[in-house]
Design a protein around this ligand. Structure first.
Ligand SMILES: [Ca+2]
Ligand SMILES: [Cu+2]
Length: 347
């Protein structure tokens, strides 16, 4: 209402000093108001989620209670930086897509040259969905609960018949590493490094087994959205959620960051190598020059952190602060999203 009132005042004030001048002034004022509105819209979407200052410091990176790639436990120094308070939501991602017309990897037809030997009719847009098997299965073969679903993408998280209505506050998923980087760039931000991510997740609690402390269920409470029950066929939903939860449904960590354990995995900027910690610089490490996963030598991978709603104590325990996920950057998954970091002066 205010700008309209102001334009009206300009007309009143200038009335009588010549129609041409009045018209010009009104036009100029209207242009100024339009620019102001555009700027405020831009800054709102640019900020996206609220950010938190993570003060620089030294911490113990890695863990002795997990996989070999979390070793050796080593000291790392990280500079202060800003971090999104929550995972990027569907609502935020929708604004990015609206503003830019961006098309995610999962919405594009896979390129035949990236998938040699895959028959043409199988090269359809889609993403990897969690499809729980009806019975107890052996946990050695994740293909029993992961399926490439044609038509699945961030707007259709479990396939073409699903949508994200009412899920604006849920973390966006099925985004590739490239999608996450594109969003961050648009928002004037960047992905955090793996070291920054782990440092931030620990919230100042050095070497604690969980980001909230030593006990998994303090006073019987669930502190994060993970999996309870027989993985992957039965979810007893003790924490209230079978799949993703709206961001900030659980208590924040020591830095005021939400969902740094569980809910969805979060892409970070680093390439993955299994032995990086043995050679990593101790000061603000940026990750290895290139990727190598001995378990799958032909596939380059980026790191994901934090675990997800699928993390089970029976299987991966991926919600521990030192746990690492490795995924090829063009892969979208139903349990993987991201949040951004930013370099800017301390508050
Ligand atoms: Ca859950
Ligand atoms: Cu997991």
């Amino acid at each position: 209402m205010k700008p309209a009132t102001r334009s009206f005042l300009v007309i009143v004030v200038l009335f009588g000093s010549g129609l041409t001048l009045a018209t010009f002034a009104v036009y100029r004022e209207a242009q100024r108001i339009k620019r102001q509105q555009q700027a405020s819209r831009a800054s709102r979407s640019e900020l996206g989620g609220e950010m938190v200052w993570v003060p620089g410091g030294k911490f113990t990176m890695g863990g002795a209670d997990g996989q070999p790639d979390e070793l050796p436990v080593h000291d790392v120094k990280v500079r202060g930086f800003w971090m999104d308070r929550t995972e990027v939501t569907n609502g935020q991602f929708a604004r990015f897509v609206e503003a830019t017309g961006y098309v995610t990897t999962a919405e594009k037809k896979p390129d035949a040259k990236d998938f040699p030997g895959v028959p043409e009719e199988k090269l359809v847009p889609g993403s990897v969905c969690f499809v729980p098997p009806p019975n107890v299965v052996s946990l050695n073969d994740h293909m029993q609960w992961w399926q490439y679903v044609a038509g699945a993408n961030w707007r259709h998280p479990t396939g073409p018949d699903s949508d994200i209505k009412g899920m604006e506050q849920h973390p966006v998923v099925h985004v590739s590493w490239f999608d996450a980087v594109a969003y961050a760039k648009w928002a004037g931000k960047r992905l955090p490094t793996e070291a920054e991510w782990e440092y931030a997740s620990r919230g100042g609690l050095d070497r604690a087994p969980f980001i909230w402390g030593a006990e998994k269920n303090p006073k019987g409470a669930w502190m994060t959205n993970i999996w309870q029950g027989q993985f992957p066929n039965e979810n007893t939903k003790q924490d209230g959620y079978v799949f993703s939860a709206p961001v900030s449904s659980f208590p924040p960590n020591g830095y005021g960051l939400f969902d740094m354990a569980g809910n969805v995995w979060e892409w970070v900027s680093d390439w993955y190598t299994a032995d990086y910690y043995a050679v990593s610089p101790r000061d603000n490490p940026q990750g290895p020059e290139k990727s190598f996963d001995p378990a799958e030598p032909g596939v380059e991978k980026r790191v994901g952190r934090g675990g997800s709603f699928l993390c089970s104590d029976m299987y991966c325990r991926g919600y521990r602060p030192s746990a690492r996920q490795k995924t090829s950057p063009d892969t979208g998954l139903q349990h993987t999203g991201f949040r951004c970091a930013k370099d800017a002066p301390a508050p």
